[in-house]
Write a protein that binds this ligand. Structure first.
Ligand SMILES: *Cc1c(COP(=O)(O)O)cnc(C)c1O
Length: 355
């Protein structure tokens, strides 16, 4: 028997979520596929979206090169731009769109470079990457004077777009509205597409919503009309009973308060199931919610089957996806779905759902 631990991917749901983003956006929508498409597989996601996506965005040139090798023809934005001279040459040969977030990136452009589309990243209050408002005119002039560079968008990124009435969110919008720009503005990540879709007519850059997790703190993915693209699954490989007072697993992190039927599931932090998941974290065993009990091990977790007598060795377990909301698991682990998705390890097999 091969290990039952696997991810099932739902291509129709990915396309549904992209279409939803497109409905909300005023302009083109470039799907963010960085970090292996948030752990969903960049090749899978790019290929499935290729029929409909206006473009794609990744963090670095290496990720963009992989997409070109998979046959992607659409524009690809490299959101951190060039790290060194050779990457400007890569951008030319791979026909990439490069973010300019710092003036120094213009200093190492090689001579005799061909035409390259660039976006200027402006810092409006995130204070991570981007040119400050005071320096914008100078950098715009530098880009303008470069015969190779063709400015197509001005971009900025929000720190608190998940909170609708947030002060910084409004300050960032006001900052970008405080002057005129020579090209369209690219603002919207997933959260902004729900909270402020009207603020920019340039390219939107949704990531997390494409994968069916909620970008908003106070609304579930289902409420927003999003559908899960990943289901993380395994199976029960052993069952047994423990008496009142007995503990389970490392550190005696759970102690039975009633006679308990325990199921051992073949998944653990070695697969990317978070070790921080506390007692009570929901799992779905053949469609019935059963709580996690005891500490997460490298290759196993233990769940309480007492109230699910039909469960047996071989029963299917979902850790998150269709029955179990990934945002709920993330919340219990004091993290976000982005991180849970990205942590899935290469050991986990992947299969595409066939209806
Ligand atoms: C990751 C990223 C996005 C996508 O953000 P989501 O919250 O996943 O929608 C958009 N823009 C930039 C600059 C990013 O780094």
């Amino acid at each position: 028997m091969t290990r039952p631990t696997h991810v099932t991917l739902y291509p129709d749901n990915l396309r549904h979520n992209y279409a939803l983003a497109k409905d909300r956006a005023k302009g083109p929508v470039w799907a963010v596929l960085k970090a292996d498409a948030y752990g969903h597989g960049a090749r899978f996601c790019a290929t499935e979206l290729a029929v409909m996506a206006d473009g794609f965005a990744v963090a670095c040139v290496d990720e963009a090169r992989a997409l070109r090798h998979f046959g992607i023809q659409q524009p690809i934005l490299v959101m951190q731009g060039a790290y060194r001279t050779s990457e400007w040459q890569d951008a030319e040969s791979l026909n990439l769109t490069m973010m300019v977030h710092h003036q120094d990136q213009l200093d190492f452009i090689p001579p005799q470079l061909g035409q390259i589309d660039v976006w200027l990243k402006v810092n409006s209050g995130m204070n991570r990457l981007g040119v400050n408002l005071d320096d914008v005119d100078r950098v715009l002039d530098l880009i303008d004077s470069h015969t190779s560079l063709n400015l197509t968008q001005v971009a900025s990124h929000f720190a608190t777009a998940d909170r609708h009435q947030d002060v910084l969110f409004r300050q960032q919008q006001a900052c970008m509205a405080s002057r005129s720009w020579p090209v369209q503005l690219s603002f919207c990540n997933s959260a902004a597409l729900f909270n402020a879709a009207d603020i920019a007519d340039g390219v939107s850059r949704p990531g997390i919503m494409l994968y069916g997790a909620s970008p908003l703190a106070n609304q579930s993915a289902g409420d927003l009309g999003l559908k899960p693209v990943m289901s993380l699954q395994s199976a029960i490989i052993s069952t047994h009973e423990v008496a009142v007072g007995e503990s389970i697993g490392y550190g005696q992190a759970w102690i039975a308060e009633r006679p308990t039927r325990v199921g051992v599931v073949a998944i653990g932090y070695g697969d990317g199931y978070p070790r921080s998941a506390p007692n009570g974290t929901p799992t779905s065993v053949d469609g019935v919610i059963c709580p996690l009990i005891g500490r997460v091990s490298m290759d196993m977790i233990t769940v309480d089957l007492t109230d699910h007598p039909q469960a047996r060795i071989g029963s299917q377990v979902e850790c998150w996806g269709v029955d179990v909301d990934v945002d709920q698991v993330a919340h219990l682990c004091q993290t976000i779905a982005y991180e849970l998705f990205c942590q899935i390890t290469p050991r986990v097999a992947r299969q595409v759902y066939q209806a």
